[in-house]
Structure formats: C-alpha cells, structure tokens
Design a protein around this ligand. Sequence first.
Ligand code: SAM
Length: 247
Amino acid sequence: MNETAPKIRLHVEAPLAEGAEIALDRGQSNYLVTVMRLAAGAEVAVFNGRDGEWRAALTDAHRKAATLTARERTRAQETLPDLHLLFAPIKKARTDFVVEKACELGCARVRPVLTRYTRSERLNLDRLRAHMIEAAEQCGGVSVPGLDPPQQLVAAMADWPRERMLIFCDEARTAPPMAEALTGVARGTPAALLIGPEGGFAPEEAERLRAHPAALPVSLGPRILRADTAAVAALALAQAALGDWAR
Ligand code: SAM
C-alpha cells in the first residue's frame, strides 16, 4: 500500500472515476464527520469492488449526508482467488467470525449450505455482508467476497461444476492431510472448501461427499477443530497452495 494513502478506507456502492461525486449514507457521513471529525478537504480512500481504490476528498462535510469527490485512482482493481467457502451456518457470533475471516484471508464467494445437522438456518445476509465490508475496509482489500443465500447441501452437490475442486474437510481424519493432498495442484485451480456444522456431517452425507467426482477429501490434522477454526485453517492452507499468498 502507498505510504501516503489516506488512513481511512470506505467501501461505497457508487461508480468511481475522476471527479465522480459519492453521496455517503447517514452512517458513513456520521462516521467521517462526527466520529473522525474530518472537515471539508480531508482525504479518504474509497473502493467499490469494481473500480480499484481511489483517493477522494470530502467536499461536503454534512454530518448526515456528506459527499466525497474522487480525485485519482491509487490502486487497480484486483481479482480475488477463485476460491469458494461452503460452510454450514453455526452460532451467530461464530458465523460472523467465519465470514469476516473469509474476507480477510481472501476468498471470492461465501456460500452457506444447509446440511442434515445444521441447527442455525436463519441468517441475516445484510448483517453478514456488513461484516465482510468492514473486514475489507480494515484489511486493505479492494474487493468484498460475494455472499450467496443459504442452499441445501444436496442441491449444491447435484449442480456441482466438474472443473471446481471440492475440498471436503472430513472430520473422520482418515483422508490425507490437506497440505499434502494439494501438492501438485496448480495455483489458480478453481476450488471450494466445505466445512460442516458443530455436529459434523451425517454418515450418509459424508459417504456421498467422498464418492462425489469433484471431491478431494482432506484432513485438518489429528484434532477435531470447531467449525470456525476449521474454516480459518482450511482457508489459510488453500490460499497458500492455490491462491494469492505466493510471491
Ligand atoms: N461433531 C463432529 C465430530 O465430533 O466428529 C465434529 C464436527 S467439527 C466441530 C465441524 C467441521 O469442521 C467438520 O464437519 C469438518 O468439516 C471440520 N473439521 C473439524 N476438524 C477437522 C479435522 N481434523 N479434519 C477435517 N475437518 C475437520
């Protein structure tokens, strides 16, 4: 990141181009003007997930409806690694943690799936997306992962595209360790991680997954991890082997 880049970063929905005016919502206006006490002329960095990162000046410091004007592009748009995270929703705070970490660690799409033993089926997608946006603002990313509505695991499997490797995190721990299983898989291979709920996968689900043509069953070590820990560990291993953690 550029050393002179503004410290405050905001995600906006508006298109970004030189001279574009960006009307901020009430929450963002209040944050800049009341909380951060910025005055007209102050600069912030903005991104929308499509047009890279821009330096923008506060041109109307209204605390309920402030306006920014985009000045110059400071970073090109980056493409996120073609990695999806499929996870069974768990307790609210732990699901919040999973989506936040998925954004920080870098994945393109977060896909909640409903499995036989999933207990928390009601998800507030707006709240989860707000968590991901906050994570992208904080971690210096210029993209926010997509967030799909929850889908039945059976339906996701039935529709699975052949070319996307399905890395099935299998708590039976009889599969090869994930780092070893990914040896020799080309960086950039489209992939998805699948993490089960607190209760794990039902025996028949696990059997069907192991037999799926796109599945690569893997182990995350000798201990049983909580679902949120497993998601973070698997994302880190996938990023190191297939994603954008290489130099
Ligand atoms: N209740 C299950 C049991 O005791 O066997 C454990 C489920 S675990 C809390 C939640 C999910 O994390 C699992 O479905 C799996 O996807 C993943 N997971 C946890 N530990 C794992 C490991 N050592 N290897 C592979 N996956 C693991």
